[in-house]
Design a protein around this ligand. Structure first.
Ligand code: PLP
Length: 320
């Protein structure tokens, strides 16, 4: 039996990150409210430190390290926002960080991770096993491995975004959350069931990689090949053991959005709300727009999960 995190752990996490993470703004848009005939609240984690909610879970997990763990350091493998979140949190807490990244990771992401003070170890995606490299380093140097989503402290940290949303706007009828490995969705579920128990909670993942939907609907974790989608923050191959248990207990359904829908949403956020949102951050709005009928006259929350997309790619996607 897994020892699942609870809403009390989310409360503890929110105390730990207080003063270190931003309480991000909640924004509204008259255009969207009119389009959906609903009242929509956007929780803007694209404006979080380092540009995504992942800072919450990383900072919470590293804050719980004991003296030995702090001295030895942390190791993580990621090509994306988790890498930067761990590197930044570790730098702020004075913990050495080693990040294992694939040799085809965007140069900007490798540079950003180094910029936060992380030591980057490059591996070959096709010939080497990053988990093995992580385990070897952990064993050799006594590092603690913090995974991107399947960890109670990471889940509890991610849950603080929805906690802040409900505390600011009150109960909601529906909440849309982007879904990769499920850390954000599972954490949001803990806060939702505590603060707005009747709220319908949806996870939203890329259409090309609907392992979460298959898992939710079949009752067991489904593994898929790395999906081809512009939503690079949700290119996970499967849910985690912790995240799946919470999701199947507390989430109402898992929906999908196409890359074309995500591009439309990026354009909308940029032109109408002056927000830079990465493709994965658009999943929630895309799903909301495709279920207009059900949302009429409802109070709807959407978590914009992140805004890290380099500007060349951003403008190329807007023009497609
Ligand atoms: C990691 C990430 C997600 C998915 O989060 P999970 O906890 O893996 O489900 C969604 N959006 C952005 C911007 C991310 O970085």
């Amino acid at each position: 039996m897994l020892n699942l995190p609870t809403y009390d752990d989310v409360i503890a996490a929110s105390r730990r990150i207080d003063g270190h993470a931003h309480c991000t703004p909640v924004m509204t848009s008259r255009i969207i409210n009119e389009e959906l005939g609903a009242e929509v609240f956007f929780k803007c984690e694209n404006l979080q430190r380092m540009g995504a909610f992942k800072y919450r879970g990383a900072f919470n997990a590293l804050s719980k390290f004991d003296e030995r763990q702090r001295k030895a350091g942390v190791v993580a493998f990621s090509s994306g926002n988790h890498a930067q979140a761990i590197a930044l949190s570790a730098a702020l807490l004075g913990i050495p960080a080693t990040i294992i990244m694939p040799n085809d990771a965007p140069a900007a992401k490798i540079a950003a991770t180094r910029g936060y003070g992380g030591k980057v170890v490059i591996y070959d995606r096709y010939t080497e096993d990053r988990e093995q490299i992580g385990r070897d380093l952990a064993e050799k140097h006594g590092f603690t491995l913090i995974p991107p989503y399947d960890h109670p402290d990471v889940i509890a940290g991610q849950g603080t975004a929805a906690k802040e949303l409900f505390e600011e706007v009150g109960e909601l009828d529906v909440l849309f959350v982007s879904l990769g490995g499920g850390g954000l969705l599972a954490g949001s579920a803990l806060s939702t069931r505590a603060l707005s128990p009747a709220c319908t909670l949806y996870g939203v993942e890329p259409e090309a990689g609907n392992d979460g939907q298959q898992s939710f609907r079949s009752g067991k974790i489904v593994h898929i090949d790395t999906p081809k989608t512009i939503a690079d923050g949700a290119q996970t191959q499967h849910l985690g053991n912790y995240t799946f248990e919470i999701i199947r207990r507390d989430v109402n359904d898992v929906l999908t959005a196409s890359d074309a829908q995500l591009k439309d949403c990026m354009r909308f956020f940029a032109s109408r709300m002056k927000l830079v949102v990465e493709p994965t951050g658009c999943l929630g709005l895309a799903a909301a727009q495709s279920m207009k009928e059900q949302l009429r006259n409802k109070r709807v929350g959407v978590i914009i999960s992140g805004g890290n997309v380099d500007l060349d790619r951003f403008s190329a996607l807007l023009q497609e």
